[in-house]
Design a protein around this ligand. Structure first.
Ligand code: IPE
Ligand code: IPE
Ligand code: MG
Length: 247
């Protein structure tokens, strides 16, 4: 097992789970099979993070742009999501996992929305890991919606424009009560964020791997964390300032 320091784990890991389609293609099967295998990886990774003591895990499961994929694939992904929510609720309740979601849920069909809200409600008192599903999520959509809400509050006198700060703005985002991610992992050898956590990723450490999501394992996760632990997060300061702060 890779050497990681359990005392300095990233507080919040966010993952762009990419490569299901290519995995399926390489096996000579339809894309949907890649998504089915991808759900298995989700279960393993959620368990690994919980066992390790990660406090927040965000999974990019479906982007706003993914709605434009062929209808058959969208329907299959939605079915898988619904099945996942039903099958994992027990696991979340038994393991003290709190479920949250970020994204525009209005686009989701009623049974999925219902399952999601039910599991969120039932797990809301859990104090172990928080699992955040980014569903029907787009970073620019999130920021635009936040600006719209804030503008309404300003217009109606609830917030004077001169009192708007970045902290105030962040409270209008889907992630209002969620800390920023420390580590963002993207699988499948793509080096981009694809509209994921644009505001929140300002100082996240980024980790890219060629491994396709269905092949991602606990060992790969450990590798990402070990890599993260080699980095010095400076937040704009100098190295000397950072090391002095730790003295
Ligand atoms: C990620 O895998 C899953 C979703 C975006 C829902 P992809 O379906 O994007 O797989 P590739 O990138 O086509 O291989
Ligand atoms: C990002 O993957 C979205 C999710 C993993 C849910 P995509 O496969 O949609 O991203 P692009 O199109 O390659 O940028
Ligand atoms: Mg992809």
């Amino acid at each position: 097992m890779r050497k990681i320091d359990f005392k300095s784990l990233p507080h919040h890991i966010a993952i762009v789970m990419d490569g299901n389609g290519r995995w399926a293609q390489r096996q000579g099967v339809g894309r949907i099979f890649g998504h089915i295998k991808g759900v298995k990886t989700v279960k393993h990774v959620v368990r690994a993070c919980r066992e390790m003591g990660i406090k927040f895990l965000t999974l990019y499961a479906f982007s706003m742009e993914n709605w434009d994929r062929p209808d058959r694939e969208v329907q299959a992904l939605m079915k898988l999501l619904e099945k996942y929510l039903h099958s994992e609720e027990r696991e979340m309740l038994d393991n003290n996992i709190r479920l949250l979601s970020i994204g525009n849920l209005e686009f989701l069909k009623d049974p999925i929305k219902k399952a999601l809200l039910e599991s969120t409600r039932k797990t809301s008192q859990n104090t172990g890991m928080t699992l955040i599903l980014a569903l029907s999520y787009g970073g620019r959509d999130e920021i635009t919606e936040a600006a719209k809400k804030m503008a309404t509050d300003a217009m109606e006198g609830r917030i004077p424009p001169q009192e708007i700060t970045k902290e105030v703005f962040a409270r209008y985002l889907y992630t209002a009560n969620i800390p920023d991610p420390d580590l963002i992992i993207r699988t499948s050898g793509e080096y981009r964020l694809s509209n994921f956590l644009l505001w929140q990723s300002a100082y996240a450490e980024l980790y890219f791997t060629e491994v396709l999501w269905p092949d991602f394992t606990r060992e790969e996760l450990m590798k990402a964390i070990a890599d993260y632990q080699q980095r010095q997060r400076r937040f704009g300061l100098t190295s000397e300032q950072i090391t002095k702060d730790f003295d």
